[in-house]
Design a binder for this molecule. Sequence first.
Ligand code: HEM
Length: 152
Amino acid sequence: MYQVLLVLHSYLRWFVLGTGLVAVYRAYVGYTGRRLFSKGDNAFGASFVGFMLLQLVVGLGLYFGLSPYGLKAMKVAGAMKDPVVRFFGMEHVAVMVLAVVVAQVGRTLSKKRLNDTAKHKTAFIYYGIALLLVLLMIPWGLWNPHRPLFRF
Ligand code: HEM
């Protein structure tokens, strides 16, 4: 079960990134070009937030249940001195939860805006910030621990 959640969490990142990039791009073009806020714009925003929420659920399952880098590891004395445990047990979780909240708040606020340009602007700002946080906190191995791009 641990492997299933880990593989799912690993692959879901590509869905988060793919839909996030398109949602941010469409919001930018929509805002600068003063375009209509279309069904497609709404669909990509909804997909981005949806995949983020799904990733959150799987992440919580790893953190509180199955992962050796989750809460279990954090309870061991001196856990914060281990950079990998600190990253997954604290930094990754805290910033990713924040990113999910920012994306969800952005979608809610964008829907409430009265005109299409304002909808695009709000979506661009919030989705852009959420996507940046996600990009920073994925374990690419640059400044954070290295994990494979694809798990089999
Ligand atoms: C929403 C955006 C998120 C993305 C894109 C993301 C991405 C990733 C990736 C790529 C890994 C490495 C997986 C692997 O080793 O193949 C990982 C690991 C992990 N993530 Fe996330 N994550 C997100 C959110 C979360 C959240 C919200 C939590 C917890 C509440 C979480 C908990 C974990 C844990 C505990 C690990 C380590 C798993 C292990 O090696 O045992 N993640 N995450």
